[in-house]
Design a protein around this ligand. Structure first.
Ligand SMILES: Cc1ncc(COP(=O)(O)O)c(C=O)c1O
Length: 424
């Protein structure tokens, strides 16, 4: 009997259409230069855990306290995921069950807010300045059911103005102050946020989804010593499976656990939790520190190289894995830039910049991130190549020879730094 039963041959026989789509996706991931800041390459070990028979197991509840029998082995995986998370981030408590970042954030709101009470507010960064959809956007349940007040970045510096955050906190007396964003390149002053939260008696929540892998590798400040609760996705800079984790102080452990299950979710995805445990083990290895540092170093180099080519990094640069780039100096929209880059095998996304005159569907900026290319081993010299490819097509959108040069650069990079090489 085999110890591991997922079978590529069986999949190809049973469902060739799905198998073909999967091969096409792998080919895309191998041939495109992936600069989408929220994406990465999960390791073969993480992928193997995802395809395990732990997907077969119902395990409502928590390790040692399940509603079903037969949980002894998924308990091993979930307990390891919990213990590794606590050790890696120095947290009192970890809940590793959230299916996604959106569900993790909703669980935190569910734990601490009553949607029927309009006096309970959350103070978060507005979407247009880098906040996430789940931070109070009117189209998301966070904005529909809960009462968000938005802060913005400063118009001149394009960084968070803590005086403004303090003024809004004093005015609105929020129940939760939320930091941690989706398109904000700079380091966040967690100590300053904590001070404001203490002054107004608010809980301090950090959504560390984007930069948590950098925290794991010591390349970005940790919010854990300052925050009451930290949520994060496991599939971005942390390089794990799609999913999320919530950390919190001991005093909030019960409220968080009850909010994840049974308030927001049913049975946990134990195969995904096993894959989270694998990714956490990888993130504890010394090589991951090199990875995290290289991710930030390459993002800085990419922002600087794009600036040399006449594109303007918002706030002047980055302290993290991503840069937000203003295309107004070259008179191009984010939507056009995204399309042109895709045409030369560079995947990035259009993104609103602070005080953007254009609607989000068009937008004046792009967001570029280095978590995926840093996983492939690229470093500063390669960022110059990438910047030349991007700027070449954006500055001369009608020029077929510029496009051919850019495609050639991308091909050269993806061949020199292959994704999932056979010996992997
Ligand atoms: C800051 C932040 N929070 C939450 C999420 C949502 O994560 P998910 O897509 O897993 O629901 C994202 C995803 O991009 C994010 O950037």
């Amino acid at each position: 009997m085999k110890d591991y039963v997922a079978s590529w041959e069986a999949l190809r026989r049973t469902d060739p259409e799905i198998a073909e789509a999967m091969v096409d996706e792998l080919r895309r991931e191998r041939t495109m230069l992936r600069l989408i800041a929220s994406e990465n390459y999960a390791s073969p070990a993480v992928l193997a855990a995802l395809a395990s028979t732990m997907t077969n197991k119902y395990a409502e509840g928590y390790p040692g306290r399940r509603y079903y029998g037969g949980c002894e082995f998924v308990d091993v995986a979930e307990s390891l995921a919990i213990e590794r998370t606590k050790e890696l981030f120095g947290a009192d408590h970890a809940n590793v069950q959230p299916h996604a970042g959106a569900s993790a954030n909703l669980a935190v709101y569910g734990a601490f807010l009553d949607p029927k009470r309009t006096d309970e507010k959350v103070l978060g960064l507005v979407l247009a300045h880098g906040g996430h959809l789940t931070h109070g956007s009117p189209v998301n349940v966070s904005g529909k059911w809960f009462n968000f007040v938005g802060y913005e970045v400063d118009k001149d510096t394009e960084v968070i103005d803590m005086d403004r955050v303090r003024d809004l906190a004093r005015e609105h007396r929020p129940r939760i102050i939320l930091a941690g964003f989706t398109a904000y390149p700079r380091a966040i002053d967690f100590a300053a946020f904590r001070q404001v939260a203490d002054e107004v008696g608010a809980l301090f929540m950090v959504d560390a989804s984007h930069f948590i892998g950098l925290v794991a590798g010591g390349a970005y400040p940790s919010p854990v010593p300052y925050a009451d609760v930290v949520t994060f996705t496991t599939h971005k800079t942390l390089r794990g499976p799609r999913g999320a984790i919530i950390l919190c102080r001991a005093e909030h452990a019960k409220a968080i656990d009850r909010a994840v299950f049974p308030m927001m979710q049913g049975g946990p995805l134990e195969n995904v939790i096993a894959a989270k445990a694998v990714a956490l083990k990888e993130a504890m290895a010394p090589e991951f520190r090199d990875y995290a540092e290289r991710t930030v170093r390459t993002a800085r180099a990419l922002a600087a190289a794009l600036a040399e080519e006449g594109l303007r990094p918002v706030s002047g640069g980055t302290d993290s894995h991503l840069a937000l780039v203003d295309l107004q100096p070259i008179g191009m929209t984010g939507a056009d830039a995204e399309r042109l880059c895709e045409g030369v095998d560079v995947a990035l996304n259009k993104n609103a910049i602070p005080f953007d005159p254009l609607p989000p569907t068009t937008s004046s900026g792009i967001r570029v991130g280095t978590p995926a290319v840093a996983t492939l081993g690229m470093d500063e010299p390669e960022m110059r190549e990438i910047a030349l490819a991007i700027a070449g097509v954006l500055r001369a959108p009608e020029d077929e020879s510029a496009r051919a040069r850019a495609r050639g650069r991308v091909r050269d990079l993806t061949e020199r730094f292959p994704a999932y090489p056979d010996e992997g």
